[in-house]
Design a binder for this molecule. Structure first.
Ligand code: EPZ
Length: 432
């Protein structure tokens, strides 16, 4: 089993390039099979969730050709009417995007119910409500969700909660439905806009993505396109907060600074210097940061996917901070691990009350999910002494070359394996 071996204390410095956005790539790859022509997708991040969705579309008959590490040509003309249920896809949340894309194209989809990170209840009632409004019959049998209809027809759908997944799924299916669909109370995240731009580049007619009302006029067919995915806002944010927590100086390149505004604002509030240029942000922290209050909200609010990272940072800041999680109710599971590193954090329901300490100390910690795992790595990089972070398969779901990129910034992090017969000597070498 692989784990990260980390000697903390090095301030991160230098430049890091951000990969394509995982949460945009998942729906875009799912939507790429909606055309019968060949679609080229660039800037696809090389992470395990993406490999899972690619294998899922290949298993139902799409031709997936890897042009280079981050570019794929996909042809969905030979898709068979087969259920999507392979093992890899069962583990990822994004597998449910194949319901929207297959239902839109073939009026029939059979997809295993998604799991994804264990961060709280993750209902799909709004997806189901949307599909039903478009005329599909939905049933759940043997762990599969089955959606079918003779004809999808546009509809007026008001989402009861702002849901990224439901907005995306309904947008995909509605792209090939007959007539006009209006989604009200839609999610406005950058990846929702990216999917709309991708579908429009294939000939879809979607207007209003990025606002809370999206209008989709269905078309009969979608054509070939070449499309490059936006940079990953959360990967960028993770490096911004790692720079701040280690009192470093890091330029994060290949980003869209507008997508990072809620993060930039919080870093500024607590005393970091943040400089923005066209496609980069530089974060400099040369003193102890101060406390603040944060509440996670749908975009453009502070993202829930950055909640563990900011909690780790505020755990080292001067004074008392309050972090309120309003999207997922079980997203503070990592706090126990952080406490073992010396953090003073009390969790009451969906709120963490953080009394900043002057330092964390290294410990053996377990990554409970993707973002919390990345946040614990930040804690270990900032900590005094040696840490081991296990269950890193979660982190690999969403961060391309995580240890390599951190090492290039001066972090002392190694990837080791408990099954390695030379583990003891490698560990001794690292500790020496
Ligand atoms: C997406 O999850 C992301 N996943 C998550 O990122 C992210 O945390 C989340 O959006 C919020 O930004 C992917 O894009 C694959 P939601 P999703 O539907 O779509 C409730 C990561 O680390 N809800 O926007 O599943 C739900 O319980 C992952 O990369 C319903 O009640 O999130 C939650 O409280 C983790 N009914 C809220 O809406 C529904 O039918 C927002 O969830 C759907 C959602």
């Amino acid at each position: 089993m692989e784990f990260y071996s980390i000697r903390g204390g090095n301030p991160l410095s230098g430049e890091v390039d951000i990969a394509g956005a995982k949460n945009a790539a998942l729906p875009i790859l799912a939507a790429s099979i909606m055309s019968n022509e060949t679609v080229t997708v660039e800037n696809v991040p090389d992470v395990s969730d993406i490999r899972a969705i690619l294998s899922a579309i290949e298993n139902i008959g799409a031709v997936v050709q890897r042009v280079d590490r981050h570019t794929f040509r996909i042809n969905g003309s030979r898709i068979q009417d087969a259920p999507v249920e392979d093992e890899a896809v069962k583990k990822i949340r994004g597998s449910y995007y194949l319901i929207g894309s297959l239902l839109g194209k073939y009026q029939h989809a059979e997809v295993t119910l998604p799991k994804g990170c264990d961060i709280g209840l993750r209902p799909i009632d709004q997806h189901v409500k949307g599909f039903r409004a478009l005329g599909a019959a939905i049933r759940i049998e043997h762990g599969m969700i089955i959606a079918e209809t003779r004809e999808l027809a546009g509809s007026h759908i008001y989402l009861d909660v702002v849901s990224v997944g439901a907005t995306i799924n309904i947008m995909m299916a509605a792209s090939m439905a007959k007539g006009l669909t209006i989604i009200e109370n839609a999610a406005k995240e950058p990846h929702v806009v990216d999917l709309a731009n991708f579908l429009n580049s294939m000939g879809a007619q979607i207007k209003g993505a990025g606002t809370d009302v999206i209008r989709i006029r269905g078309v009969q067919r979608l054509h070939a396109t070449e499309y490059s995915i936006i940079p990953d806002q959360i990967e960028a944010g993770t490096y911004m907060f790692a720079a701040a927590a280690t009192h470093g100086d890091v330029t994060i390149r290949n980003v869209i600074p507008k997508h990072l505004e809620s993060l930039t604002a919080k870093l500024g509030e607590i005393g970091c210097q943040v400089e923005e240029s066209d496609d980069a942000v530089r974060v400099v922290a040369n003193r102890r940061l101060s406390s603040t209050h944060v509440k996670t909200l749908p975009y453009p609010g502070f993202p829930t996917d950055m909640q563990p990272q900011i909690t780790v940072l505020l755990g080292l800041s001067d004074g008392t901070s309050i972090v309120t999680e309003s999207i997922f109710e079980s997203r503070f599971k990592y706090v126990d691990e952080l406490t073992r590193m010396g953090a003073q954090i009390r969790v009451e329901s969906n709120t963490a009350i953080i009394d900043g300490v002057t330092k964390y100390t290294g410990a053996s910690i377990v990554a409970p999910d993707l973002r919390a795992g990345a946040a614990l790595v930040i804690a270990a990089l900032a900590a005094e002494g040696y840490s081991e972070v296990s269950d890193i398969r979660y982190i690999e779901r969403g961060y391309e070359d995580f240890p390599e990129k951190l090492r290039a910034l001066g972090a002392d992090i190694r990837l080791l394996d408990t099954d390695d017969p030379q583990l003891d000597s490698r560990k001794a070498l690292h500790l020496a």
